[in-house]
Design a protein around this ligand. Structure first.
Ligand SMILES: [Zn+2]
Length: 255
């Protein structure tokens, strides 16, 4: 994988944001492959659908690109809040590519977030734009990357080095079955997976997981049954092959 963007393409543009878009999109079309199948390329599709930048010619998976010069691992700005909520509820969120480029237009980091990892928990509503703004009253949203478990942040390029395609495809395929959980329930499944990951260990007990109850209660303030919900979602995660039940009350993360 050649990590350098074609800087000469920038000559035709003046605005910095436009240059960033053109260079990073061109790089993706030249260098990116599909993580969901064995296709060695993605096609540009921006002209047809504003929220989707690339589509796989082999398996039709859709990808959206967000490029930045500075790397914020906690949150990134996204489009309109209402349309993001609609996409989540109807299970139509594309896979997200979060890309960081250097001052000399080399790709430094690229993280792939599979679309199944988007739930209402990871979307933050922004305040409406002020009355003096061109789009006064418009409400955007942020994607809270820190609320997405590490299973859903697949490194494609890390610290200026590309990760092996086989590894990227393996990580994508490991979490693919999450799509089988209906989007109305999947938010809880993902929140419990995030809680497990916050423990920072591959083997854990139910008692340890209960320490995450305040975090989950904070995300779901109206739910009065957080502990039963946690136990229920452990079973869902087991059925998806993401965790194993070792002994009663003891679990292990798979993969
Ligand atoms: Zn594909």
């Amino acid at each position: 994988m050649n990590l350098q963007c074609r800087v000469e393409l920038a000559r035709a543009y003046k605005a910095g944001s436009q240059i960033a878009r053109v260079l990073s999109e061109d790089w993706c079309v030249r260098e990116l492959y599909c993580a969901a199948c064995d296709s060695d390329r993605l096609l540009s599709s921006r002209a047809n659908t504003p929220a989707i930048d690339f589509v796989c010619p082999q398996c039709d998976q859709c990808f959206q690109l967000k490029g930045f010069k500075t790397w914020n691992q906690r949150k990134i700005p996204d489009a309109a809040y209402a349309s993001m909520l609609r996409a989540i509820r109807s299970d139509r969120v594309p896979n997200l590519l979060v890309l960081q480029y250097s001052a000399t237009w080399a790709i430094k980091n690229l993280v792939l977030v599979p679309g199944v990892f988007f739930s209402e928990t990871v979307i933050e509503k922004r305040p409406p734009l002020s009355p003096s703004a061109r789009r006064a009253g418009w409400v955007g949203c942020n994607i809270l990357l820190h609320r997405i478990p590490q299973d859903g942040k697949i490194a494609v390029v890390s610290d200026g080095a590309s990760v092996a395609e086989r590894q990227v495809r393996m990580e994508f395929s490991r979490v693919r079955k999450l799509a089988e959980v209906p989007p109305t329930v999947r938010g809880w499944t993902l929140d419990v997976l995030t809680s497990i990951r916050k423990l920072g260990k591959s083997r854990f007990s139910l008692q340890e997981l209960y320490l995450q109850e305040p975090y989950l209660q904070g995300l779901h303030p109206r739910n009065q049954n957080v502990r039963p919900k946690m136990r229920q979602q452990l079973q869902v995660l087991r059925d998806l092959g993401l965790i194993k039940f070792r002994h009663p009350g003891y679990y292990e993360v798979c993969g």
